[in-house]
Design a protein around this ligand. Sequence first.
Ligand code: NAG
Ligand code: NAG
Ligand code: NAG
Ligand code: NAG
Ligand code: NAG
Ligand code: NAG
Ligand code: NAG
Ligand code: NAG
Ligand code: NAG
Ligand code: NAG
Length: 770
Amino acid sequence: MYPFPALLILVVIPSISDGQHETTCNVVPKDQYIEVGSDTEIVCQTSCVPGKVFWTLNKIPVDESLSHITNSSHTVVTLRNFTHHIATLECSSVDTKQVLGGTTIRTYSKPGKISCILHYDKYFKSGVPQLLTCNWEHEIDSSLAVNYTVLIDPNQTKICNSTITTCTAKHSVDLWQNSTVTVRARTTAWEASSNTYTFNPYHILKMSRPEIKVTTFYDHLLVEWNRSPTYQKKCHCQVQYKKAVNESTPEWVLNKTLTSDQRGSNVTIEKLESCSNYKFAARCALDKAPWSEWTNKTILTKLNKSDVKLRLWRKVAEPEKNGIRKVHAMWVEIPSTCQGTFSYTIQQTPYPESTTGVNNKDHICGNSTCDVYVNQDAHRLHLTVFDNEHLLGEDSVYVPAIGESLPEVTDIQTSTLEGVILVRWKAPVPVGGYMIDYTHDGNHYYWKESKYTNATLFGLLDKKPYNITITPLFGDKTGHGTQVFQICSRIGDPGNVNISNVEPYDKSASVSWIVESQEACSGAVVNYTIFYYTQKGPLLNVTVDGTKQGILLEDLNPDTQYNVYVRATALTGATKSTDRVFETKTFDPRLMTLLSVCGSITIFLVLSLGLWCAIQWKKFKEKPVPNPGLSSVALWPSASSRKGACPFQPFSNPSESLCDMVYTEEAQRTSTSPLATDCNGNTASEQTEEYVVAPDPVKSVETQHLPSPGESTALIFSENSPTSPYRSQSSVETHTLRTSKQCKRVPVKQQEKALTVYVTLDMFEQGQGR
Ligand SMILES: *[C@@H]1O[C@H](CO)[C@@H](O)[C@H](O)[C@H]1NC(C)=O
Ligand SMILES: *[C@@H]1O[C@H](CO)[C@@H](O)[C@H](O)[C@H]1NC(C)=O
Ligand SMILES: *[C@@H]1O[C@H](CO)[C@@H](O)[C@H](O)[C@H]1NC(C)=O
Ligand SMILES: *[C@@H]1O[C@H](CO)[C@@H](O)[C@H](O)[C@H]1NC(C)=O
Ligand SMILES: *[C@@H]1O[C@H](CO)[C@@H](O)[C@H](O)[C@H]1NC(C)=O
Ligand SMILES: *[C@@H]1O[C@H](CO)[C@@H](O)[C@H](O)[C@H]1NC(C)=O
Ligand SMILES: *[C@@H]1O[C@H](CO)[C@@H](O)[C@H](O)[C@H]1NC(C)=O
Ligand SMILES: *[C@@H]1O[C@H](CO)[C@@H](O)[C@H](O)[C@H]1NC(C)=O
Ligand SMILES: *[C@@H]1O[C@H](CO)[C@@H](O)[C@H](O)[C@H]1NC(C)=O
Ligand SMILES: *[C@@H]1O[C@H](CO)[C@@H](O)[C@H](O)[C@H]1NC(C)=O
């Protein structure tokens, strides 16, 4: 309302200065804030137009009855019970429909729904509560900042300021009187006060948390709590408890009311899970007053005797020579989550228990197993578990006597399905049940009971062989166990394949491999597939059956690098070797080997020949020179008698026969004749052989500078030994020996024709002396 005159002046003054006073039109007041639900009046100045005006609120025409004309220049509209949060009001001329002016009207509300509580701060938990906290609700236009003030009677004392709808005051109220508070909201545009709120201090008094104590016993649990001692008034308390786990669990609430003179109380709780964490909480409240905060406590429950399930079982080893048997007793250990000092004791007693017998033995055992020794008689093992002195549980198991006639199961069949072993067997006689125990390492045993003649063994280690024993149970005794061995929980992949050798040739390669299976449960190889490929080539493969461990890869390219690997396939899976790289040869190495062997042999032969020739040459050079002075003349025998070879007795020296050998073909065929061998250190056959082999006059001329054979003369050796006394005949002979290839029969024939007398030389006379 108060901005109204100012605005009017502001509007009027420019109009006057314009000299258009009578034409001024306007709507006042502008930008009005009113309390929600209140009434307001808006004036339209209509000097600028003749005639009547009409109003619209948010473009909707306002009922004409609400509008009335004050005088010729002012029309007033009265809006009652205005609830619009924000609205636009416009004044228009009826004649021209022209908008003469407008204004916005906003509403505000006053704070409401005040509630206060009296409470304690963190440190003071008794006496009159020190703190008064009030909350209220307020709908506001968020564009304006609001300051709240809480005022308390008497005297409207300001006890706290806030910019939010809650406020805590350090203020002690008189507990014996009703109190009244008001909340005032103030912005730059408006101010609003709440209605008064009167309260009985006891009804808004929030007690401090109770003290709580939880004690666990073996078979129950006691929760005790004490309320704050200040008020001698009746109060209600609640005890809540639930299992402390992440997922939501059921929770229980116990209600208990304390009379004005009761300081505290307790409840007994049963049927809780053993060795579990439970959350306990307690809170209290005066009559009609708000609850205190919860007091929380987490407690680990004790082991309930009824939850102890020892499931005692035993494995009886083969008896030693003296009949003593080792019995491995085993049971389910008390979970490590349980608090306590647990002691396990095994007592062995003969069975049936003799009243007089005093040979009961106690064994202090570990947490889950115990080895005891019994003789060949039947026994019972008793297990007891104590937590300190408190007996928590007991169990017993029967150990049959050796050879005791007891039922046993037969025909055990097993099957494996995805890591689970199914066992079934034939029952001996009707029995109460069966104990199935199984182990994969002989140290760790698992056991379970079955009512039926079958069992499913879960939770097995993967690909491990299990030994399984089934023992019938009847009455308080057991029968004899029947075992099956090495049942795999799952058949695994075949063992590791390794390429052991690759032998590359030019167009093929032989590949061999080995399979190493460490595990007992690896699958049998059904087939092997050998994959091989070049850098750019396709992946080729060959498959062979599982019995083979080698293959010859064919149709390879020579001088090419190949990769090869082997995959072993079993019914349960496959494994593959690592890649092996090899390079094919340019030529077949076998051919190369053959060639090199042949080459070696050839070279050897050539070398041998060369050596032989050298030796021959050397020998020839060393041959003793005949002395012509010792020569004599004789008649050459006829052709027929010449066959006898060396018929000249005077020539007793066998070397002379050499001459004959030189000239007779027969000599080479009779090389073994005494004469032939006698002729020289060189065997006749060797000489004659050379004669036959290479009659090449041209060569010999070149190398020996010989004239044509037919011209053999004394001059022949003039070059080598100018002083040579030899005659042509002997020269020819000697010469042929020296140059093996030169040896010819041609000159001999000529000589045969030409000569009837031959000069023999006792040429070895000197040579023998040498
Ligand atoms: C008309 O009434 C308003 C108040 O209602 C007054 O201020 C104004 O002077 C009046 N005008 C005339 C011409 O009487
Ligand atoms: C407090 O107010 C209640 C009503 O709200 C009234 O019944 C009661 O008598 C008052 N107590 C005191 C002490 O004034
Ligand atoms: C609100 O309170 C603050 C500080 O107390 C003050 O600066 C501000 O001017 C107040 N605003 C109003 C609208 O009263
Ligand atoms: C305890 O009281 C609460 C309400 O105060 C109620 O909801 C609950 O059912 C009560 N519990 C019992 C066990 O009576
Ligand atoms: C222990 O078990 C028995 C039998 O189930 C039960 O009655 C008792 O309440 C349990 N004790 C606790 C503390 O859970
Ligand atoms: C038995 O269990 C306790 C705790 O439960 C542990 O401290 C102790 O070492 C265990 N003893 C053996 C032999 O495992
Ligand atoms: C299973 O029994 C066989 C035969 O008695 C034995 O050789 C093998 O060691 C046992 N294996 C295990 C894991 O006990
Ligand atoms: C075991 O035998 C019982 C009774 O014959 C049968 O109901 C159950 O299905 C069998 N379990 C398996 C896994 O064969
Ligand atoms: C190799 O054995 C597996 C498994 O039996 C089979 O599936 C596959 O066809 C065999 N491969 C060849 C090439 O025979
Ligand atoms: C082996 O090679 C043949 C073609 O020779 C092809 O069809 C087959 O798929 C290959 N096998 C594998 C396992 O790559």
